[in-house]
Design a protein around this ligand. Structure first.
Ligand code: ZN
Length: 269
């Protein structure tokens, strides 16, 4: 599943390729489950729209549009397997392509999603907001306030999208490792100093992953079709039984709320 760094990478890629271009024509496939706005409204807004910018909001990609009827937003959530690709119009259509926006410049932005858990919609008024707080550059104090009274394991709190948006399993495990906190520790028993380290760990992990072009292990491809395959080295994630890169202890795995968590029993308390 694309996590925040992948979404950021895709949004940047789309911005680089498409900002300033205009959608000449949009084609929407028959799978309406992906659409959170009626197909007809999507077509009305997207056809002829000037793409001002693409950016990431939480785990959503937001295209800022200028249409004949005024400003609008195109909101894309990649779900589990969604990809936004920019192709030459002559390129062969991939299976599971659900939307094609043909640009005036001649290229095409295609939304491809085999499992169809993604979401596409347009907004013609108001600003799009994601639930939960943005983790990158979040306010330190608010971060602490949001977490420190919770009675759930800290890992579960990190995955709670209403607290922070966009932190998935990989980045939660990697951030906890950097902070020296075991995933099972209750959030209300994590000390102030540990929260400081956790905050820093999240910033570092996300920043490094974005710099590396996103790091999801499975199905992620950037907007320019390049494989965003892993460059950020996982220190604990999916390294069960392997030696800790810091102390050499065996990385352990524990299941929390149905998700695997990986940690070093020596470095994390
Ligand atoms: Zn260790």
């Amino acid at each position: 599943m694309p996590e925040l760094p992948e979404v950021e990478t895709v949004a940047r890629g789309l911005h680089k390729r498409l900002a300033g271009d205009r959608i000449r024509e949009v084609w929407i496939g028959p799978h309406k489950k992906l659409l959170q706005s009626p197909a007809r409204q999507m077509e009305r807004v997207l056809n002829g729209a000037l793409i001002v910018a693409f950016r990431r909001v939480g785990k959503h990609i937001v295209g800022q549009l200028e249409t004949a009827e005024g400003p609008a937003q195109w909101v894309i959530h990649l779900g589990m397997t969604g990809r936004c690709l920019v192709y030459d119009a002559a390129a062969e259509m991939e299976k599971h392509t659900h939307l094609v926006a043909t640009m005036e410049s001649g290229c095409e932005m295609r939304y491809v999603d085999p499992r169809r858990f993604g979401k596409l919609k347009v907004l013609t008024r108001g600003e799009f907001h994601a639930a939960g707080a943005e983790p990158l550059g979040a306010d330190r104090e608010k971060f602490y306030e949001r977490f420190h009274r919770r009675k759930t394991p800290i890992k579960s709190a990190l995955l709670n999208q209403t607290l922070l948006t966009g932190i998935g399993n990989i980045y939660a495990d990697e951030s906890l490792f950097r902070a020296g906190i075991r995933p099972r520790r209750r959030a209300d028993r994590v000390t102030r100093a540990e929260y400081e380290r956790l905050y820093d760990g999240i910033q570092q992990v996300l920043t490094e992953a974005i710099a590396a072009g996103g790091s999801s292990v499975s199905d992620y491809v950037g907007a320019e079709g390049e494989r965003g395959f892993f460059q950020l080295q996982h220190r604990v994630y999916q390294r069960t039984g392997e030696p800790c890169l810091v102390c050499g202890a065996e990385i352990q795995r524990v299941v929390l709320g149905g998700r695997s968590s990986h940690y070093c029993p020596h470095c994390q308390r």
